[in-house]
Write a protein that binds this ligand. Structure first.
Ligand code: AMP
Length: 337
């Protein structure tokens, strides 16, 4: 058991080990993880099984997991407060995944936006893992009977699927095993961190990431390259998407006075995008450089990483086993052994 209070809500979330963490991962997910550690029973994992949909090379697979682990810890996840574990170290998740697959339907899975997106973007690799991705994610969450799942806006639909499966399982097997998990963000809305390439979200596969491991020069270069236009010519003009994106990021990393100042400049047509970008780069660096400084040291401390994962896995497996026992009994399994 993680924390003594039985009344504390259970929090579960994870990030795929598909490359370094970027500002989208940090502000959409990780920053909430860190804030939640004191008030909830938290379990955070590295989704190495989910990363297999893109077929990482075996030589890179483990270092990918280690990278996220080191970046979690460098960002402030505290192994004394949260259980930190690797998805594939908890095989109970996979047993639940199989059982949930039996009550998930092809039509509903094909309708998820993320699946349709992948079919469009990688037509040569539409594997069954991609189709059942929301089922594995539901298993990740439901195996711990989590109540809250801190995620970015892009995961809203997957969370809905986890709720549908929780309800469906309870009703199918006439039990009350699973609560319905809710997406969580400390602000009012779930966050979508945009890319700086004009449109869309910041993402690992979009190639538009600003990473927690980037140095000052790299961050400044990336921000200064952001797409802009020639600027507004009339007061209070509507903002094109590329400029909205810059402001969205500014609102995330800068203080209110700075944001208000640049809005005013935009609205009275005196804005100089170069100044805005310089300020944005500085404010991103203020947030991420202290994290970057800790990443390498933690990455190279194998003893420490092993201790963190051992503790987290013990907690996660205890919780997973207890759920799976009830689940299997509800489905009708009785062992001869
Ligand atoms: P992934 O990198 O797809 O495994 O995502 C891990 C977490 O980061 C999920 O909770 C996502 O919702 C969140 N995330 C990824 N990209 C963004 C983004 N651009 N804005 C907000 N949250 C994001």
């Amino acid at each position: 058991m993680l924390k003594s209070s039985k009344d504390m809500e259970i929090v579960l979330s994870g990030i795929r080990s598909t490359g370094n963490l970027h500002l989208g991962n940090y502000y959409g997910a990780l920053r909430n993880y860190i804030k939640m550690q004191d008030s909830y029973n938290c379990l955070f994992f590295i989704a190495d099984l989910h990363s297999l949909t893109t077929h990482p090379h075996p030589n890179d697979f483990h270092s990918g997991v280690k990278t996220i682990l080191a970046e979690y810890l460098a960002s402030g996840l505290d192994p004394e407060k949260s259980a930190i574990f690797i998805q594939s170290d908890v095989p109970e998740i996979l047993e639940l995944y199989v059982l949930l697959n039996m009550i998930s339907y092809k039509g509903e899975l094909e309708r998820t936006t993320s699946f349709k997106d992948k079919v469009r973007k990688q037509p040569d690799n539409v594997n069954a893992g991609l189709l059942t991705y929301p089922v594995l994610m539901a298993a990740d969450i439901l195996i711990h009977r989590a109540n809250l799942v801190p995620v970015g806006k892009d995961q809203e639909q997957h969370l809905e699927m986890a709720r549908v499966l929780a309800r469906r399982f309870n009703s199918f097997y006439n039990c009350e095993i699973f609560p319905e998990p809710k997406a969580f963000n400390f602000g009012d809305d779930l966050i979508k961190v945009p890319g700086l390439d004009g449109s869309g979200k910041m993402g690992k596969s979009e190639g538009n990431g600003i990473y927690l491991s980037d140095d000052e020069k790299t961050i400044t270069k990336k921000v200064m390259r952001a797409v802009t236009d020639s600027g507004p010519t009339e007061p209070n003009s509507p903002m094109p998407e590329s400029i909205q994106n810059l402001f969205t990021l500014l609102k995330i990393v800068s203080d209110k006075t700075t944001v208000d100042y640049f809005y005013e400049c935009y609205n009275n047509c005196s804005i100089r995008y170069g100044d805005l970008k310089k300020q944005l780069a500085q404010d991103i660096c203020k947030q991420t450089l202290p994290i970057k400084e800790r990443i390498d040291e933690i990455y190279n401390n194998d003893e420490y990483l092993k201790r963190v994962v051992k503790r987290g896995t013990d907690i996660a497996r205890e919780s997973a086993l207890s759920t799976l026992k009830e689940v299997k009994s509800a489905v009708g399994f009785r062992s001869f052994l």
